[in-house]
Design a protein around this ligand. Structure first.
Ligand code: CP
Length: 319
């Protein structure tokens, strides 16, 4: 029986505002579980979850694993190196073989856009997209929104500017879908070579100068320059990028108000963000990481058919 999110979480584009709010509201009670001495509730006892990470990850892989273990699920981690994928086995064959061992959910990160949907259409287990190519990274978008909502109360009318390499960023796409659905005003700022054509059609404004973005925004979500995805010269040099688009304390000091600073990580310190900003008083970058565990607990729980009121019971340890 599908839960309130349906069978899979493939992106924020297909979700309604109400479904996004439900995930954020459910994450709140789950956050408290990670504060306990014994960080475990029996909510997903008996469920088996496979984490298929075919691309590098620190935050997403580890926080999914923490989330699964804190909900008492049994977990298995599969990376392409060391599995039969390295011998040429297809993604679907790998997943079908795992299903033959009676699993319940698959969390997948893959370099190909659409890989999560491709898998979800071919297996019965719930599929969660942990980042597919340049398409979407829905749990990152959700944890960014939870972090912003914690600080602002509501996202309605808040001005969020996504800065940097939007072209290669699945995080940007999930943020744009989610934030606009929840009523935020969203802008993007970066070199035109790193902004997708017709990005305005997603309901965002383009701001060309970082100084203007800082003057406009309530929060900046600063993206990593994804050098590994750049086959051509999108920018003259990293030094030049930092000089023109880098978020520096000197630039923030000239802002008319204090801004929240987010970054999904991993950061290129001294390129898109300077260290004194990343570690400064307005940075909520580590809050994002903390919220990542709670958001992933909420998603796992809701996909497993959870009822929101049971999240409260899980918090009390009796679900
Ligand atoms: N933000 C993010 O997806 O980080 P990882 O690549 O370390 O998982």
């Amino acid at each position: 029986m599908p839960g309130p999110l349906g069978k899979d979480l493939l992106g924020l584009a297909p979700l309604s505002a109400a479904q996004i709010e439900l995930i954020l509201d459910t994450a709140g009670p789950f956050r408290e579980i990670s504060e306990r001495a014994i960080k475990k509730v029996p909510t997903l006892r008996g469920a088996t979850i496979v984490n298929l990470f075919f691309e590098a990850s620190t935050r997403t892989r580890i926080s999914f694993e923490f989330a699964e273990k804190r909900l008492s699920a049994d977990t298995v981690n599969v990376a392409s190196a060391g599995s039969s994928v390295s011998k040429g086995e297809t993604l679907v064959d790998t997943a079908r073989n795992l299903e033959a061992m009676k699993i319940d959910m698959v969390v997948i990160r893959h370099s190909a856009s659409g890989a999560a949907r491709f898998l979800a259409e071919r297996i019965e287990s719930n599929v969660i997209n942990a980042g597919d190519g340049t398409h979407e990274h829905p749990t990152q978008g959700l944890l960014d929104m939870l972090t912003l909502r914690d600080r602002f109360g509501s996202l309605k009318g808040k001005r969020i500017c996504i800065v940097g390499d939007v072209l290669h960023s699945r995080v940007a796409r999930s943020n744009i879908w989610g934030l606009t659905k929840l009523g935020a005003e969203v802008a993007v700022c970066g070199p035109r070579s790193l902004l997708p054509n017709a990005i305005e059609e997603m309901g965002v404004t383009v701001i060309d100068r970082i100084e203007d973005a800082i003057a406009w925004a309530d929060a900046l979500n600063i993206l990593r320059l994804q050098l590994e995805r750049m086959q051509a010269g999108y920018i003259p040099s990293l030094r030049e990028y930092n000089r023109v688009f880098g978020v520096t304390s000197a630039r923030l000091e000239r802002a008319p108000k204090d801004l929240l600073i987010l970054h999904p990580g991993p950061m290129n310190r001294g390129v898109e963000i300077d260290s004194d900003v990343a570690d400064g008083p307005h940075s909520v970058i580590l809050d994002q990481v903390t919220n990542g565990v709670a958001v992933r607990m909420a998603v796992l729980y809701l996909l497993a058919g959870g009822k929101p009121e049971l999240a409260e019971a899980a918090k009390k340890g009796n679900a």
